[in-house]
Design a protein around this ligand. Structure first.
Ligand code: MEV
Length: 425
């Protein structure tokens, strides 16, 4: 039986579900029920979601949480986070509270430039091409004017375009490298439309346009987040020793790619959660961030720490191309709500909030890893989850939590202890 189908996209949602559940599932009734279970009763809302992508069958829920008590540049925030991993929101909340009494997070926008490129092949003389580009440059800008009009009113638009000779990297390969300021929008559509207009105008029989597309590598769309405090305010005991360990952990991540990837993954736990909650493109952010982490040829830690004159400082620079208008930001009701919760930030504000969430997450991970280890916290949560599945009374719950304080937590061990307790009742 072939499961290759023509005209799938033309089928109704129900027809798609019927065909899929008949052909791919042992129990088509359960598969149908599972898909339908996540439909919204609100028809308008469901249609909105159906139209975000193609061939929509259902909605895939992710938890929407919030980490309160963030102080960023003196302003307080409750940060919305969409993430499926337990402990992430708890860690962000704890760390936000911790730093709120130590001056909070300081963030700065370093730059906001985005990039797009027209990639093309040209076999002729490089000087002649440069002459043609210089002659065409103002015309290339002119053809984008209808597209850039509104953006220019908002203070953005094309910053510059230059011809780049890439023939050392690849024979006959050149590009028009265009820089943009897209203000409060992430700007993907805007950039791509400008590039296509430029490419059309630039094309000649001896210039073979290969493609025109924005780059998700945005090292010039950069934000810094940092926290600092006197070393002795960092830990209750052994502050100098533990702060040193914290710094060593980041030095290791800087020197060793295996650790660097995990360190940065911890940062992205916070970053992606905010990016998702605000309807931004997490794949673009992920791709750009990791390329930035490898910008000198080795994948390194994004974050760093030092002690100077008795003050501990922890910081990172991170490229974040985000928008607070356009895309899903105002279309998805929860993304819109997230932006409202964040007091309707500009794209620059959102870059700073997101960076703070990432740094908070990294702080929580490094602090735990260099002191108790992360399993203690994870296991505590694991224990709570196991106990939740048991029909335990409040007293029994308290007993189990205390009993397993210093013991290895496994599902089996908890259930056995619970049964033992009950047998004695
Ligand atoms: C887990 O999601 C993230 C950590 O592994 C990050 C880290 O190791 O720094 C805890």
């Amino acid at each position: 039986m072939s499961r290759i189908i023509a005209g799938f996209s033309k089928m109704s949602k129900q027809e798609k579900i019927d065909w899929l559940t008949d052909n791919f599932f042992e129990n088509s009734i359960i598969a149908k029920e599972t898909l339908q279970q996540y439909w919204s009763d609100d028809r308008v809302l469901q249609e909105l979601h159906d139209d975000f992508i193609e061939n929509t069958l259902s909605n895939f829920y992710m938890p929407y949480g919030v980490a309160p008590n963030f102080i960023i540049n003196g302003k307080d925030y409750a940060i919305p986070m969409v993430v499926e991993e337990s402990s992430v929101v708890a860690a962000a909340s704890l760390v936000a509270k911790f730093w709120s009494s130590r001056g909070g997070f300081k963030t700065t926008i370093i730059s906001t430039t985005k990039v797009g490129q027209v990639h093309f092949m040209y076999k002729g003389d490089a000087k002649g091409l440069q002459f043609y580009f210089d002659k065409m440059k103002s015309q290339l800008l002119r053809v984008t004017e209808p597209i850039t009009k509104n953006m220019r009113i908002r203070g953005g638009g094309i910053i510059d375009l230059e011809l780049r000779n890439k023939t050392k990297e690849l024979a006959n390969y050149y590009q028009i490298h265009v820089t943009f300021d897209t203000k409060d929008s992430m700007g993907a559509n805007f950039i791509n439309s400008c590039l296509e207009a430029i490419a059309n105008e630039f094309e000649r029989p001896d210039i073979e346009i290969v493609m025109s597309i924005l780059s998700n590598y945005v090292p010039e769309c950069l934000v810094r987040a940092e926290v600092s405090c006197p070393v002795n305010d960092l830990y209750e005991n052994d502050a100098a020793l533990l702060a040193q360990k914290f710094i060593q952990a980041l030095q290791i991540a800087n020197a060793e790619p295996h650790r660097a990837v995990t360190n940065n993954k911890g940062i992205m736990n916070g970053v992606d959660a905010v990016v998702l909650a605000t309807g931004n493109d997490f794949r673009a952010v992920e791709a750009g961030v990791h390329a930035f982490a490898a910008r000198d040829g080795q994948y390194r830690s994004l974050s760093h720490a030092e002690i100077k004159d008795g003050v501990f400082k922890f910081w990172m620079d991170i490229p974040l191309s985000l928008g607070t208008v356009g895309g899903l930001t105002k279309l998805h009701p929860l993304a819109k709500l997230s932006l409202e919760l964040l007091q309707n930030p500009s794209a620059e504000d959102l870059m700073q909030i997101t960076a703070a969430a990432g740094l908070a997450q990294n702080f929580a991970a490094i602090r735990a890893l260099t002191t108790t280890g992360i399993q203690k916290g994870h296991m505590k949560l694991h224990l709570t989850n196991i106990i939740k599945q048991l029909d335990a009374t409040e007293n029994e719950k308290a007993f189990l939590i205390q009993y397993f304080e210093n013991k290895t937590i496994t599902h089996n061990a908890v259930v056995e202890k619970y049964k033992e307790m009950r047998a004695f009742d």
